[in-house]
Design a protein around this ligand. Structure first.
Ligand code: SF4
Length: 423
């Protein structure tokens, strides 16, 4: 069976910048957008040359706002991917959309092109809160997008919502949660607002909910969504059975993924890197006039070189390349895996690293199990019906035990997970 791979495609364009946003996103005119799509298509074709032996099980178009550019350009990129890579017929193919730009005809184009999962950035259904966030849409646009998505045939929809917003009361937040539940999306992501340095919000005097209210919002989210038939499978993610996001689980389980486009991050065969965040560097490297066959390294991959998966011609855009040592891999295994409510498998840890989990992390595990923040459980239920290589590997470990955060542990997850960093 071919080794699995996931693809992330970054579309950095937005109609305008939200006040809390620190994603790599900006406004660009049609001409820059067109050049970017051409360069990105070239990066896709060239990257695929060295990965013909991989089976692509998920693709995620994120941003930015992938629904902002012309749908023809975005769908063209998906075609380039399916022409260049070995995409599994059952692959999960997601696209993020913003209600301000996700018109019904665009959604229909996305569906026809092969996208089978939609992620709608609602954030709130309170127009006053949306205005404070600097979002380009209002709640009526969100409803319209959701209904249009169903009408054009999307049967797998995620809705993003945010809590701990400036001026947000518990009631107004829970009203958003309730109204989203009534729409019956297959998946809901519920994150707390985080003030990021460099954003306008970071500099502003904001009336933010205190820690206690933030925690209440988190707990009420869990209570309401669980009561409505969703299960939490990750700290901030809930789904109906069979609709866990396969792509995001690849990140948390450290499966292989390739990031394509400006600033996109990759993990492949235990090497991490990020594409440049500089548009000029990105465009200069993928210059338009050079045919693919003349591109440096286009004859394929020399698997004997240090950077065996890096095409020489793409080295200029691929930065911060780091071959992970066993220590970093163990740390990532723990703090990414603990995000999942399933937890981390003791047996899989041994299989991966040739060492017992307690031998490496005995003290920290004893400390937090003693405090009731971590617990050992047997064969936690995994409701995701679809498989991935990482999951298959997890499943082979079902007779082992899993270490996971308790309900109380979820409240202080950052503190607990930070303790899994090795000296
Ligand atoms: S739509 Fe998303 S990516 Fe774009 S500016 Fe707003 S938060 Fe950032």
């Amino acid at each position: 069976m071919a080794k699995e791979l996931s693809l992330y495609v970054h579309i950095p364009f937005c109609v305008r910048k939200c006040l809390y946003c620190d994603f790599l996103s900006f406004y660009a005119d049609k001409s820059l957008q067109a050049q970017y799509f051409e360069a990105l298509a070239k990066e896709i074709r060239l990257s695929a040359k060295g990965l013909k032996d991989r089976r692509v099980i998920s693709i995620f178009f994120g941003g930015g706002t992938p629904s902002f550019p012309k749908s023809k350009d975005v769908c063209g990129l998906l075609n380039t991917i399916t022409d260049s890579f070995n995409v599994d017929p059952g692959a999960e193919i997601s696209i993020e959309v913003n209600p301000a730009s996700a018109m019904k005809d665009k959604l229909a184009d996305f569906k026809r092109a092969g996208f089978n999962r939609l992620s709608i950035g609602a954030q709130s259904l309170d127009d006053r809160e949306l205005k404070i966030l600097g979002r380009a849409h209002d709640s009526a646009m969100f409803y319209h997008t959701f209904e249009s998505a169903r009408q054009v045939g999307f049967g797998n929809i995620n809705v993003d919502i945010m809590s701990a917003l400036p001026g947000q009361s518990l009631d107004s937040y829970l009203d958003t949660v309730q109204r989203v539940i009534e729409l019956k999306p297959e998946h809901i992501s519920a994150y707390s607002l985080i003030l990021e340095e460099g954003t306008p919000f970071y500099e502003m005097e904001l009336d933010l909910p205190d820690e206690e209210l933030d925690r209440r919002m988190y707990h009420e989210t869990g209570r309401m969504l669980t009561g409505a038939g969703y299960h939490r499978y990750e700290i901030s993610n809930y789904s109906r059975d069979g609709y866990e996001c396969r792509h995001n689980k690849v990140y948390w389980r450290r499966g292989d993924y390739l990031g394509l486009g400006l600033g996109a991050a990759s993990l492949l065969d235990e090497t991490r890197w990020s594409n440049t965040r500089d548009m000029k560097v990105y465009m200069d490297c993928l210059w338009k006039d050079v045919p693919d066959e003349d591109f440096p390294g286009s004859e394929g991959i020399d698997r004997n070189t240090d950077q065996s998966r890096i095409l020489p011609g793409l080295c200029d855009i691929r930065q911060d390349i780091e071959e992970l040592d066993i220590k970093s891999r163990m740390e990532e295994f723990m703090f990414l895996g603990l995000r999942l409510t399933q937890g981390v498998s003791r047996q899989l840890f041994s299989l991966n690293f040739g060492r017992n989990m307690e031998e490496v992390y005995g003290d920290v595990i004893r400390k937090y199990t003693g405090l009731g923040l971590l617990e050992w459980v047997s064969c936690p239920e995994d409701t995701d019906e679809e498989s991935s290589s990482a999951k298959d590997l997890q499943d082979t470990a079902h007779d082992g035990e899993y270490l996971r955060l308790t309900e109380r542990g979820l409240d202080v997850s950052n503190t607990v997970m930070a303790d899994f960093l090795l000296d």
